[in-house]
Write a protein that binds this ligand. Structure first.
Ligand SMILES: [Zn+2]
Length: 360
């Protein structure tokens, strides 16, 4: 499992001063600092020339700094939300509209609630969520269906709970969205056929499993048998079929990909998750091979800068090792943190990618 990063908390003046000197964006919104010689106050990440320590005081809020007689800095605008947050809030309004709508609102309607031009709206929506509005709407409906399934009395009730207005349309959409018909999903994959194979790759034992929609699991470990048990626990009601001849080709391709993660994996992935997990996993797939990102960066990238823990949980919930590269996420200080498939495997994968990248 990926473990949470140790986020700095900036409780002492020494920590706060260090953050100001480092222009540490993680301290923004945690405290503000004023400069007696200029009469202005700033957010910690302000790019202005650093002040002398003896002129600097720290404040718990903008109101506190203003009550002490300081004006907001014109450069870092400490009393306004950072651009990324303002954009996330604007896109958040559009997401709420999509979630509340029976059918996908028009681009004009979405741009209007976000208070952006059509052109910028589409671009910023993609940058913040990692998805197009249409894909976001599809993922959101899938989430509502899967949320409703265990609690609803019947599959039909779940369909109506999720806001689908006709069963026919639901069945047309849902099988594609959650990888199996709803009744099967509700019963832990009952009646679902999942083919799988186990083999050896450079990282140890590997298990690859697929539905007829695509690869749904890539598991890594020391022992093949433990991986098969893991698969059974994930899909207790599914019919698991091992060792078919034509599955060997899939295995070979995935093993080739794990051993050389720079190569594209030309197989469809059957990815099932909540709308939030899908956003995180899409963002993971956008991290270039051979590079890493911190959980904080990842949370910012999907437009939820405060959701660092939820982002880490979504990384840990990833079932498709390597192809959804959660191994490229590290702690804020660059340390590797944990990896659900073992820290040594994470180290090897990153080393492999860096070597391949540097010999390009
Ligand atoms: Zn400033």
């Amino acid at each position: 499992m990926n473990t949470l990063t140790d986020l700095p908390v900036f409780t002492t003046d020494d920590e706060r001063w260090a953050a100001v000197q480092a222009r540490d964006g993680r301290a923004d919104g945690v405290f503000w600092y004023s400069v007696a010689s200029t009469g202005v106050y700033c957010r910690p990440s302000c790019p202005s020339r650093p002040a002398k320590r003896q002129n600097v005081r720290f404040h718990a809020s903008c109101a506190d700094a203003e009550a002490a007689g300081f004006r907001p800095c014109k450069r870092c605008k400490p009393n306004e939300a950072p651009l990324a947050e303002r954009q996330a809030a604007a896109i958040g309004r559009a997401c709420r509209l999509i979630e509340a709508s029976e059918t996908l609102p028009t681009l004009d309607e979405l741009a209007e609630v976000a208070e952006l031009s059509r052109f910028y709206f589409h671009r910023i929506f993609k940058a913040v969520t990692g998805l197009t509005p249409k894909d976001y709407a599809a993922a959101n409906r899938a989430r509502r269906v899967t949320d409703a399934l265990p609690a609803s009395e019947s599959v039909t009730a779940a369909i109506y709970d999720a806001g689908f207005n006709s069963s026919g349309r639901f069945y047309a959409d849902a099988t594609g969205l959650i990888g199996m018909a709803p009744a099967k999903y509700r019963s832990g994959g009952r009646g679902e056929v999942i083919r799988f194979g186990v083999g050896q790759c450079s990282l140890g034992a590997i298990l690859v499993a697929a539905t007829d929609k695509g690869v749904c699991c890539i598991l890594l470990g020391d022992e093949a048998e433990a991986l098969v048990h893991d698969l059974q626990d994930r899909f207790p009601q599914a019919q698991l079929t091992g060792g078919e001849a034509d599955f060997e080709q899939w295995m070979a391709q995935v093993i080739g990909f794990v051993d050389l993660p720079m190569q594209p994996l030309n197989l469809p992935l059957d990815v099932r998750g909540t709308a939030f997990q899908l956003r995180v996993w899409q963002a993971l797939r956008d991290i270039p091979a051979g590079t890493t990102l911190s959980y904080t960066d990842l949370a910012e990238r999907i437009g939820s800068p405060k959701a660092v823990r939820a982002v880490a949980a979504a990384c840990a919930a990833n079932k498709i090792a390597v192809a959804i590269p959660c191994h490229r996420v590290v702690r804020n200080d660059g340390a590797l943190a944990g990896y659900r498939w073992g820290i040594e495997r994470k180290r090897s994968l990153l080393a492999l990618e860096q070597v391949a990248e540097s010999t390009k």
